[in-house]
Design a protein around this ligand. Structure first.
Ligand code: GDP
Ligand code: ZN
Length: 296
Protein backbone atom coordinates (compact mmCIF):
# COMPACT_ATOMS: atom_id res chain seq x y z
CA UNK A 1 0.00 0.00 0.00
CA UNK A 2 1.18 3.51 -0.80
CA UNK A 3 0.06 6.97 0.24
CA UNK A 4 -0.57 9.75 -2.24
CA UNK A 5 -2.63 12.74 -3.19
CA UNK A 6 -5.28 12.94 -5.89
CA UNK A 7 -4.13 15.59 -8.35
CA UNK A 8 -6.70 14.99 -11.09
CA UNK A 9 -10.07 13.33 -11.43
CA UNK A 10 -11.80 12.48 -14.68
CA UNK A 11 -14.30 9.88 -15.78
CA UNK A 12 -14.01 7.72 -12.68
CA UNK A 13 -10.21 7.67 -12.83
CA UNK A 14 -8.05 9.44 -10.26
CA UNK A 15 -4.46 10.44 -10.82
CA UNK A 16 -2.69 9.83 -7.52
CA UNK A 17 0.78 11.30 -6.96
CA UNK A 18 3.08 9.72 -4.37
CA UNK A 19 5.75 11.57 -2.37
CA UNK A 20 8.35 10.87 -5.03
CA UNK A 21 6.19 12.64 -7.59
CA UNK A 22 5.21 9.53 -9.52
CA UNK A 23 1.66 9.41 -10.88
CA UNK A 24 -0.65 6.41 -10.72
CA UNK A 25 -3.97 6.40 -12.51
CA UNK A 26 -6.34 4.66 -10.10
CA UNK A 27 -9.89 3.49 -9.77
CA UNK A 28 -11.63 3.71 -6.39
CA UNK A 29 -12.82 0.75 -4.38
CA UNK A 30 -16.63 0.58 -4.69
CA UNK A 31 -17.48 1.80 -1.19
CA UNK A 32 -15.45 4.99 -1.70
CA UNK A 33 -17.62 6.10 -4.58
CA UNK A 34 -20.74 6.60 -2.56
CA UNK A 35 -22.05 9.18 -0.12
CA UNK A 36 -20.29 12.02 1.62
CA UNK A 37 -16.85 10.50 1.23
CA UNK A 38 -16.82 11.05 -2.54
CA UNK A 39 -13.21 11.41 -3.54
CA UNK A 40 -12.04 14.80 -4.69
CA UNK A 41 -8.90 16.48 -5.98
CA UNK A 42 -6.56 17.21 -3.08
CA UNK A 43 -7.60 14.13 -1.11
CA UNK A 44 -4.89 12.13 0.56
CA UNK A 45 -5.48 8.44 -0.06
CA UNK A 46 -4.01 5.00 0.50
CA UNK A 47 -3.77 3.00 -2.70
CA UNK A 48 -2.59 -0.37 -3.93
CA UNK A 49 -0.38 0.13 -6.96
CA UNK A 50 -1.51 -2.89 -8.94
CA UNK A 51 -3.67 -3.33 -12.01
CA UNK A 52 -7.34 -3.34 -11.04
CA UNK A 53 -8.08 -6.41 -13.11
CA UNK A 54 -5.10 -8.33 -14.42
CA UNK A 55 -5.01 -8.02 -18.17
CA UNK A 56 -7.46 -5.11 -18.32
CA UNK A 57 -6.74 -1.43 -18.77
CA UNK A 58 -8.21 -0.62 -15.38
CA UNK A 59 -5.34 1.68 -14.48
CA UNK A 60 -2.24 1.50 -12.34
CA UNK A 61 -3.92 0.90 -9.03
CA UNK A 62 -6.89 1.03 -6.76
CA UNK A 63 -7.68 3.53 -4.03
CA UNK A 64 -8.46 1.69 -0.81
CA UNK A 65 -8.86 4.42 1.74
CA UNK A 66 -9.55 8.14 2.07
CA UNK A 67 -7.48 9.88 4.77
CA UNK A 68 -9.05 12.67 6.88
CA UNK A 69 -9.38 16.11 5.24
CA UNK A 70 -8.10 19.27 6.88
CA UNK A 71 -10.65 21.28 4.90
CA UNK A 72 -12.77 21.21 1.80
CA UNK A 73 -13.61 23.96 -0.64
CA UNK A 74 -16.74 23.70 -2.74
CA UNK A 75 -15.92 26.04 -5.60
CA UNK A 76 -13.73 24.61 -6.94
CA UNK A 77 -14.17 21.27 -5.17
CA UNK A 78 -10.72 20.67 -3.66
CA UNK A 79 -9.67 19.16 -0.35
CA UNK A 80 -6.71 20.00 1.88
CA UNK A 81 -5.96 23.46 0.54
CA UNK A 82 -3.38 25.16 2.78
CA UNK A 83 -3.31 28.67 1.53
CA UNK A 84 -5.25 31.37 -0.23
CA UNK A 85 -3.42 33.90 -2.40
CA UNK A 86 -5.68 36.88 -2.93
CA UNK A 87 -4.65 38.82 -6.02
CA UNK A 88 -5.74 42.41 -6.48
CA UNK A 89 -4.50 45.01 -8.93
CA UNK A 90 -3.40 48.34 -7.49
CA UNK A 91 -5.14 49.89 -10.49
CA UNK A 92 -6.84 48.72 -13.71
CA UNK A 93 -9.04 47.48 -12.12
CA UNK A 94 -8.96 49.53 -8.90
CA UNK A 95 -8.43 47.48 -5.75
CA UNK A 96 -11.69 46.57 -4.03
CA UNK A 97 -10.84 46.30 -0.34
CA UNK A 98 -14.30 45.30 0.76
CA UNK A 99 -14.07 42.35 -1.61
CA UNK A 100 -10.69 41.51 -0.05
CA UNK A 101 -12.22 41.51 3.44
CA UNK A 102 -15.08 39.36 2.19
CA UNK A 103 -12.67 36.75 0.85
CA UNK A 104 -10.66 37.00 4.07
CA UNK A 105 -13.72 36.17 6.19
CA UNK A 106 -14.53 33.16 4.01
CA UNK A 107 -10.90 32.02 4.09
CA UNK A 108 -10.76 32.36 7.90
CA UNK A 109 -13.81 30.14 8.09
CA UNK A 110 -11.96 27.50 6.07
CA UNK A 111 -8.84 27.90 8.20
CA UNK A 112 -6.62 28.87 5.30
CA UNK A 113 -3.28 30.59 5.53
CA UNK A 114 -3.56 33.89 3.68
CA UNK A 115 -1.31 36.08 1.57
CA UNK A 116 -2.25 39.07 -0.55
CA UNK A 117 -0.52 39.95 -3.79
CA UNK A 118 -0.99 43.55 -4.88
CA UNK A 119 -0.29 43.24 -8.57
CA UNK A 120 0.39 45.71 -11.38
CA UNK A 121 2.78 47.58 -9.10
CA UNK A 122 4.42 48.87 -12.29
CA UNK A 123 1.34 51.03 -12.95
CA UNK A 124 1.58 52.79 -9.59
CA UNK A 125 3.88 55.66 -8.82
CA UNK A 126 5.96 55.57 -5.65
CA UNK A 127 3.53 58.03 -4.06
CA UNK A 128 0.63 55.68 -4.65
CA UNK A 129 2.50 52.72 -3.16
CA UNK A 130 3.38 54.83 -0.12
CA UNK A 131 -0.21 55.94 0.45
CA UNK A 132 -1.41 52.35 0.03
CA UNK A 133 1.07 51.22 2.69
CA UNK A 134 -0.27 53.93 4.95
CA UNK A 135 -3.86 52.83 4.32
CA UNK A 136 -2.83 49.28 5.26
CA UNK A 137 -1.16 50.26 8.50
CA UNK A 138 -2.10 48.22 10.43
CA UNK A 139 -3.37 45.30 8.40
CA UNK A 140 -3.76 41.85 9.93
CA UNK A 141 -2.55 39.86 6.91
CA UNK A 142 0.72 39.76 4.99
CA UNK A 143 0.67 41.56 1.66
CA UNK A 144 3.32 42.18 -0.96
CA UNK A 145 3.65 44.02 -4.25
CA UNK A 146 4.07 42.21 -7.53
CA UNK A 147 4.27 43.03 -11.18
CA UNK A 148 3.69 40.13 -13.51
CA UNK A 149 4.67 42.44 -16.35
CA UNK A 150 8.04 43.48 -14.91
CA UNK A 151 8.49 40.22 -12.99
CA UNK A 152 8.98 41.87 -9.64
CA UNK A 153 7.90 40.17 -6.42
CA UNK A 154 7.76 36.82 -8.20
CA UNK A 155 10.58 35.31 -6.15
CA UNK A 156 8.68 36.18 -2.97
CA UNK A 157 5.52 34.61 -4.37
CA UNK A 158 7.48 31.49 -5.29
CA UNK A 159 8.77 31.23 -1.72
CA UNK A 160 5.27 31.59 -0.30
CA UNK A 161 3.91 28.87 -2.58
CA UNK A 162 6.71 26.44 -1.80
CA UNK A 163 5.51 23.31 0.05
CA UNK A 164 1.91 24.49 0.19
CA UNK A 165 -1.16 23.70 -1.80
CA UNK A 166 -2.50 27.13 -2.73
CA UNK A 167 -5.56 28.50 -4.42
CA UNK A 168 -5.60 31.89 -6.14
CA UNK A 169 -8.57 34.21 -5.89
CA UNK A 170 -9.40 37.67 -7.14
CA UNK A 171 -11.53 39.40 -9.75
CA UNK A 172 -11.03 38.92 -13.43
CA UNK A 173 -8.30 41.05 -15.00
CA UNK A 174 -6.09 41.54 -11.93
CA UNK A 175 -3.34 39.32 -13.36
CA UNK A 176 -3.79 35.87 -11.82
CA UNK A 177 -2.89 34.00 -14.99
CA UNK A 178 -0.07 36.44 -15.74
CA UNK A 179 1.40 35.77 -12.28
CA UNK A 180 1.20 32.01 -12.83
CA UNK A 181 3.02 32.40 -16.13
CA UNK A 182 5.66 34.57 -14.49
CA UNK A 183 6.15 31.82 -11.90
CA UNK A 184 6.51 29.15 -14.52
CA UNK A 185 6.21 29.84 -18.23
CA UNK A 186 3.24 28.02 -19.76
CA UNK A 187 1.56 27.36 -16.43
CA UNK A 188 -1.49 29.54 -17.07
CA UNK A 189 -2.26 27.67 -20.25
CA UNK A 190 -2.97 24.59 -18.16
CA UNK A 191 -5.46 26.42 -16.01
CA UNK A 192 -9.15 27.06 -15.96
CA UNK A 193 -8.27 30.74 -15.71
CA UNK A 194 -7.39 30.86 -19.36
CA UNK A 195 -9.64 28.14 -20.74
CA UNK A 196 -12.70 29.69 -19.08
CA UNK A 197 -11.99 32.90 -20.93
CA UNK A 198 -11.66 31.04 -24.20
CA UNK A 199 -14.87 29.18 -23.52
CA UNK A 200 -16.63 32.53 -22.95
CA UNK A 201 -19.13 31.39 -20.39
CA UNK A 202 -20.06 28.02 -21.79
CA UNK A 203 -21.26 26.03 -18.84
CA UNK A 204 -18.97 23.08 -18.90
CA UNK A 205 -18.31 21.59 -15.49
CA UNK A 206 -14.65 21.03 -15.17
CA UNK A 207 -12.84 19.29 -12.38
CA UNK A 208 -10.14 21.24 -10.67
CA UNK A 209 -6.61 19.97 -10.99
CA UNK A 210 -3.48 20.46 -8.89
CA UNK A 211 -0.52 21.81 -10.83
CA UNK A 212 2.91 21.04 -9.41
CA UNK A 213 5.36 23.93 -9.37
CA UNK A 214 8.94 23.12 -10.31
CA UNK A 215 10.08 25.28 -7.39
CA UNK A 216 7.93 23.30 -4.93
CA UNK A 217 4.31 23.37 -3.86
CA UNK A 218 1.22 23.16 -6.00
CA UNK A 219 -1.54 25.45 -7.15
CA UNK A 220 -5.17 24.71 -7.86
CA UNK A 221 -5.77 25.43 -11.53
CA UNK A 222 -9.16 27.10 -10.94
CA UNK A 223 -9.68 30.33 -9.01
CA UNK A 224 -11.30 29.97 -5.59
CA UNK A 225 -13.92 32.07 -3.82
CA UNK A 226 -15.89 32.97 -6.89
CA UNK A 227 -19.02 32.70 -4.75
CA UNK A 228 -18.95 35.26 -2.02
CA UNK A 229 -22.15 34.86 -0.03
CA UNK A 230 -21.84 34.39 3.71
CA UNK A 231 -24.28 31.53 3.52
CA UNK A 232 -23.64 29.76 6.81
CA UNK A 233 -22.09 32.41 9.04
CA UNK A 234 -24.09 33.56 12.07
CA UNK A 235 -23.90 37.28 12.95
CA UNK A 236 -22.37 36.43 16.34
CA UNK A 237 -19.64 34.40 14.62
CA UNK A 238 -18.37 37.24 12.44
CA UNK A 239 -16.02 38.83 14.97
CA UNK A 240 -14.07 35.56 15.20
CA UNK A 241 -13.10 35.94 11.54
CA UNK A 242 -11.44 39.31 12.16
CA UNK A 243 -8.09 38.29 13.68
CA UNK A 244 -7.31 41.84 14.83
CA UNK A 245 -10.36 41.68 17.13
CA UNK A 246 -9.15 38.51 18.88
CA UNK A 247 -7.01 40.11 21.60
CA UNK A 248 -9.91 42.45 22.41
CA UNK A 249 -12.77 39.97 22.63
CA UNK A 250 -13.88 39.48 26.21
CA UNK A 251 -12.80 42.99 27.17
CA UNK A 252 -16.02 44.75 26.16
CA UNK A 253 -18.39 45.92 28.93
CA UNK A 254 -21.21 43.75 27.62
CA UNK A 255 -20.60 40.04 27.30
CA UNK A 256 -22.72 39.82 24.14
CA UNK A 257 -21.22 42.98 22.63
CA UNK A 258 -21.66 43.09 18.85
CA UNK A 259 -18.98 45.81 18.58
CA UNK A 260 -21.33 48.17 16.76
CA UNK A 261 -22.24 51.08 19.06
CA UNK A 262 -22.19 49.61 22.57
CA UNK A 263 -20.64 51.70 25.34
CA UNK A 264 -17.41 50.25 26.70
CA UNK A 265 -16.68 48.28 23.53
CA UNK A 266 -13.00 47.31 23.42
CA UNK A 267 -13.04 46.89 19.64
CA UNK A 268 -14.55 50.34 19.02
CA UNK A 269 -12.00 51.95 21.30
CA UNK A 270 -9.18 50.45 19.21
CA UNK A 271 -10.47 51.69 15.84
CA UNK A 272 -7.71 53.90 14.46
CA UNK A 273 -5.14 52.18 16.67
CA UNK A 274 -4.73 48.38 16.43
CA UNK A 275 -7.93 48.09 14.37
CA UNK A 276 -7.73 49.59 10.88
CA UNK A 277 -10.75 51.93 10.34
CA UNK A 278 -11.32 50.49 6.86
CA UNK A 279 -11.45 46.95 8.27
CA UNK A 280 -13.86 48.09 10.97
CA UNK A 281 -16.15 49.58 8.29
CA UNK A 282 -16.13 46.21 6.52
CA UNK A 283 -17.01 44.48 9.77
CA UNK A 284 -19.99 46.81 10.25
CA UNK A 285 -21.14 46.33 6.69
CA UNK A 286 -20.94 42.52 6.87
CA UNK A 287 -22.58 42.52 10.27
CA UNK A 288 -25.59 44.38 8.89
CA UNK A 289 -25.70 42.08 5.89
CA UNK A 290 -25.72 38.99 8.13
CA UNK A 291 -28.43 40.46 10.38
CA UNK A 292 -30.60 41.14 7.34
CA UNK A 293 -30.07 37.54 6.21
CA UNK A 294 -31.17 36.31 9.61
CA UNK A 295 -34.33 38.35 9.16
CA UNK A 296 -34.03 40.88 11.97
P1 GDP B 1 -6.71 37.35 -14.64
O1 GDP B 1 -8.07 37.54 -15.24
O2 GDP B 1 -6.70 37.69 -13.20
O3 GDP B 1 -6.11 36.00 -14.91
O4 GDP B 1 -5.76 38.45 -15.33
P2 GDP B 1 -4.74 38.31 -16.57
O5 GDP B 1 -3.50 37.62 -16.14
O6 GDP B 1 -5.45 37.74 -17.75
O7 GDP B 1 -4.36 39.84 -16.82
C1 GDP B 1 -5.33 40.80 -17.23
C2 GDP B 1 -4.63 41.93 -17.98
O8 GDP B 1 -3.75 42.62 -17.12
C3 GDP B 1 -3.77 41.45 -19.15
O9 GDP B 1 -3.89 42.37 -20.19
C4 GDP B 1 -2.36 41.45 -18.60
O10 GDP B 1 -1.40 41.64 -19.58
C5 GDP B 1 -2.43 42.62 -17.63
N1 GDP B 1 -1.48 42.45 -16.50
C6 GDP B 1 -1.32 41.35 -15.73
N2 GDP B 1 -0.37 41.56 -14.80
C7 GDP B 1 0.09 42.82 -14.99
C8 GDP B 1 1.08 43.64 -14.33
O11 GDP B 1 1.75 43.25 -13.37
N3 GDP B 1 1.24 44.91 -14.80
C9 GDP B 1 0.51 45.40 -15.85
N4 GDP B 1 0.74 46.65 -16.25
N5 GDP B 1 -0.41 44.66 -16.49
C10 GDP B 1 -0.62 43.40 -16.08
ZN1 ZN C 1 -17.39 45.19 21.70
Amino acid sequence: MLEGKIVKAAGGFFTVRNRQGEDFVCRARGMLKRGSSDLMVGDRVVFEPAPVHPGSDGGDGIIEKLLPRSNQLYRPPVANVDQLIIVMAIKEPECDWQLVSRMLVLAEKENLKINISLNKADLAGSGQIASLKEKLNPFPYPFFFTSAREETGIEHLRKILNENCSVFAGPSGVGKSSLLNALQPGLALQTGLVSDKIKRGKHTTRQAELLALKSGGSVVDTPGFTRLEFSDIKPAELSFYFPEFQPLLGQCSFRDCAHLSEPGCAVLSEVGASVNPMRYEHYKYFSEELSRQEGY
